[in-house]
Design a binder for this molecule. Sequence first.
Ligand SMILES: Nc1ncnc2c1ncn2[C@@H]1O[C@H](COP(=O)(O)OP(=O)(O)OP(=O)(O)O)[C@@H](O)[C@H]1O
Ligand SMILES: [Mg+2]
Length: 248
Amino acid sequence: MKVAGLFIAFEGGEGAGKTTQSQLLADRLADLDVSCLLVREPGGTELGEYLRDYLKSDRPLSREAELLLFEAARVELVTSLILPALEDEQVVVADRFYGSTVAYQGYGRGLDLDVIHSLNHFATRSIAPDMVFLLDLAPEVGIKRAMSFQTTFTEGTSGELVALERTREGTRFEDLDMEFHHKAQEGFLAQAGAEPQRWVQVNAMQPVDEIKDEVWERVRERLFPAATAKPRTARKMAPQGELWPQAT
Ligand SMILES: Nc1ncnc2c1ncn2[C@@H]1O[C@H](COP(=O)(O)OP(=O)(O)OP(=O)(O)O)[C@@H](O)[C@H]1O
Ligand SMILES: [Mg+2]
């Protein structure tokens, strides 16, 4: 099915359900035969996956270098995958985008928000998602979810369930104190509050299927607008300084 391209990002703290919901949305689009590109940040390109490994490890990294590595991964992803897909009128679903940098490196780490905003402009080539779903969850709950091992089950010879794999990817952030995660959460909420036409806040305490339906309802409205179509948001980042108050 041919649709005009749409760029959708999922944001939120650790374990809020971004990967779960981006995959479910991509599956739904595939069922409808809508061309869709699913990407994750950092990652999605050779450089991005290489940097992801480093960023997810506990190897030494200053907060300034951390910011630049996220941006390097981002510009590679935007240039080689996201922009071409949007030009081809595909739907792009991103598991994290620049909102995470504002929240984690800006509000969480305390780096200058204006610098972050400039780097985000540069790295995104000034494009912004049409819709950002903020999966809103108390950091304590999200971290607990994220820390639980992911278990993949398979069927044994007599149909019994056998645990196949128990894996999870660590992150550089999950060991930080809760204050960091609360500041990052504040950063996500500030962005959602500053651009309510772009950001959709979703209560991530709901069961997976309810979140999936809520997300789909909003995406469906945008993809297949009825007679009461709302105007599209600009697929451009807002000018410097208009987006959010400086973190205190
Ligand atoms: N709505 C939900 N209710 C309960 N558990 C959930 C829900 N959504 C996802 N989970 C579970 O919580 C864990 C984290 O989910 P997921 O990996 O999708 O989150 P994430 O936001 O991508 O996390 P991370 O920030 O670590 O990448 C998984 O084990 C997932 O199955
Ligand atoms: Mg994830």
